[in-house]
Ligand binder design. Structure first.
Ligand SMILES: NC(=O)c1ccc[n+]([C@@H]2O[C@H](COP(=O)([O-])OP(=O)(O)OC[C@H]3O[C@@H](n4cnc5c(N)ncnc54)[C@H](OP(=O)(O)O)[C@@H]3O)[C@@H](O)[C@H]2O)c1
Length: 441
């Protein structure tokens, strides 16, 4: 057998400690499969005294990841610190420049600097592997980078954030509000103390940016992602979706169109019959539409120490075997520039919920504005509010009533113009809720 492949693991938190555990448990089997032993030579974290539940006492300890990245003691730098700048960025750059292979779980770093890092890795003739950066334990990077390389991909989409999926699943199952679900998710450790990055869609966007590049052979362009989070979703929307045959999921979608590539992250109505609609709780799922294979759907845990370590160690095994794949599926110089499809040209069906003022002709005004915009309606649901919906006393203003429209396929610009026209007529109260419907088989 060749000399053991020597690892330096930077970051011994949730993922780093699990990688150490996994290698301790399955290192031998992995070595047999890869034809080369793998050993941890050095580790790096900030606090050498913290109890991490792992034994690193016989390993070289670094507090500076850049120093470890350059060390002669290691062949592979495993970056599990996190963040798109500072120690993670500096140490990955240092490792690649020093001719070390890099394995990372860092989506933020890849989304921001992926193309440049790919160029440095190519120049140094080393691997840059990042399976764990997208959907944790699901092997979607390998699927796109290798297994589906014979396909022309038209769309890749998925549930890429377990926190959001957990919240939406519980809101539906138990009829509880977004705020209560979020508080519960935080108590149970499924959501960060500051959940903004998850619930506003940034985390999904980082992963989508990487998927887009792999699926379409374009440069990563994370700043070009249309993004809406889940904070405006109410139990009324979830209940209405249910009655209309849909479920609401936060999806990241990248799709080829006539004018470029759409990259969008937003709450989405998906037909109950679709595979993605059945993904519950903290699970993730990624679907890829390939022209020869059809639709491939991968489901699994998108986070957690052990699931993420599973992907990190698979990347290490590739290095041990000597498998080297272009970082973004093809040489970085061959990646196309990303051309953004304008969101206003997005085509699809829409769910729209209005609070309509209770006066004669209000509904007719809404229907007219939609018709004037060339928008056809598939269904209209008018509800009577249960509470406080009695006959108003003389002179009192009646409560606005919820009205839900489902449109046939139209464009984003047509819907937005119709909503503006409706608002100008004074027939609705407050901002309407608008949720895009994804066409799925
Ligand atoms: N957690 C998941 O489920 C998951 C899933 C997929 C991807 N990821 C990605 O995996 C990476 C690690 O996540 P994590 O959840 O394991 O993070 P974490 O628990 O916060 O651990 C971060 C580790 O980095 C170390 N560190 C931070 N700054 C450092 C510095 N300046 N110098 C040296 N060490 C430093 C910390 O040291 P101390 O321990 O001494 O503070 C800690 O051990 C991130 O990129 C994350 O996005 C995580």
């Amino acid at each position: 057998m060749a000399n053991a492949l020597r690892l330096g693991i930077a970051g011994l938190g949730t993922v780093g400690a699990s990688v150490v555990n996994l290698l301790a448990k399955h290192g031998d089997v992995m070595a047999r499969k890869a034809g080369r032993a793998v050993t941890i030579s050095a580790v790096c974290a900030r606090d050498p005294n913290r109890d991490r539940g792992i034994d690193v006492s016989r390993l070289s300890w670094f507090t500076d990841p850049v120093e470890m990245a350059k060390s002669d003691e290691i062949d592979v730098f495993v970056e599990l610190i996190g963040g798109d700048n500072g120690p993670a960025e500096n140490s990955v750059r240092a490792a690649l420049a020093a001719g070390k292979h890099v394995v990372t779980a860092n989506k933020a770093l890849l989304a921001k600097h992926g193309v440049e890092l790919a160029q440095i890795a190519e120049a140094s003739k080393v691997s840059l592997n990042y399976e764990a950066a997208v959907a944790g334990g699901i092997p979607i990077v390998k699927t796109l980078r290798e297994s589906m390389s014979g396909n022309d991909v038209s769309r890749v989409y998925g549930i890429l954030n377990g926190t959001c999926n957990y919240i939406l699943t519980r809101m539906e199952a138990e009829g509880i509000s977004f705020e209560d679900c979020l508080a519960d998710a935080q108590r149970l450790g499924y959501a960060e103390a500051d959940p903004t990055f998850d619930i506003e869609g940034n985390d999904t966007a980082h992963k989508l940016a990487i998927l887009t590049s792999l699926a379409f052979g374009t440069k990563i362009s994370a700043d070009d992602i249309y993004m809406e989070g889940i904070t405006s979703i109410t139990t009324a929307d979830i209940q209405a979706a249910d009655e209309l045959g849909y479920r609401i999921k936060l999806l990241g979608v990248a799709q080829r169109t006539d004018t470029g590539i759409e990259q969008r992250v937003h709450p989405t109505m998906v037909p109950k019959s679709s595979a993605i609609a059945r993904i519950d709780g903290v699970l993730n799922a990624v679907a890829v539409d390939g022209d020869f294979v059809g639709e491939v759907v991968l489901v699994g845990p998108g986070a957690g120490g052990n699931a993420t370590a599973s992907s990190v160690v698979a990347d290490i095994a590739d290095v041990a075997r000597g498998d080297q794949t272009p970082v973004l599926g093809m040489p970085a110089a061959d990646l196309d520039d990303y051309t953004r499809a304008r969101m206003r040209l997005h085509e699809g069906g829409y769910y729209i919920r209005f609070s309509v003022v209770d006066r004669p002709g209000a509904f007719a005004e809404i229907a007219k504005c939609m018709a004037d915009g060339g928008i056809s309606l598939e269904s209209i649901v008018q509800r009577r509010k249960a509470v406080g919906s009695g006959v108003p006393e003389t002179g009192a203003q009646a409560e606005p009533q919820p009205v839900i429209l489902i449109t046939y396929e139209t464009t984003e610009v047509a819907v937005r113009q119709a909503l503006d026209a409706i608002a100008s007529k004074g027939v609705v109260s407050g901002a309407p809720q608008m949720i895009r419907i994804e066409k799925l088989s």
